[in-house]
Write a new protein. Structure first.
Length: 163
């Protein structure tokens, strides 16, 4: 088939160009919808993965904070209060606060995870303040441990529900 034959056939069908344009437009619209859906699906999956990763890191940070608080209060009970021990425990709790602050700022932390990390950070701060009361025999720190336990339990429930 030569170009002249094709050219004559096209010229003898004047409405053909509009049909070709209409079909091409429909195909372009369908391609745009497919690409947009694919991009949305990819973005949703990436956000879900980021949230699950943030949840794992949040649980790790809160678990570490709880271990540090428990170790601090147990150390005070076993060894007894001393200025050096209180300073060492307070320094350890400050590291824990830093870890919690870092966990609050990572990608994937939504408001629900943030609230629990914030509660855990407040509990660690309260623990550091209670060290002075413990050193004078005033309290054992169960109140702050309850705050850490509540944050940790909530984060683990979120992980089970989302995982």
């Amino acid at each position: 088939m030569s170009w002249e034959t094709v050219s004559c056939w096209i010229e003898s069908h004047p409405g053909l160009a509009s049909w070709v344009q209409a079909v091409g437009s429909i195909l372009a619209i369908l391609a745009a919808i497919w690409i947009a859906n694919r991009d949305s699906r990819f973005r949703r999956n990436a956000d879900r993965e980021a949230r699950l990763g943030a949840l794992v890191r949040a649980i790790t940070a809160v678990t570490d904070a709880k271990k540090r608080v428990v170790a601090g209060f147990e150390g005070m009970k076993e060894i007894g209060p001393s200025r050096e021990l209180v300073a060492a425990i307070k320094s350890d709790l400050q590291k824990s606060e830093e870890h919690l602050k870092e966990a609050m700022s990572i990608h994937g932390v939504d408001s629900e995870i943030y609230v629990h990390l914030y509660d855990a950070r407040i509990a660690v701060e309260s623990s550091a303040q209670m060290l002075y009361l413990v050193s004078s025999g005033g309290t054992t720190g169960e109140i702050t441990l309850a705050g850490l336990d509540a944050a940790l339990d909530s984060l683990k429930k979120m992980q089970i529900a989302k995982g």
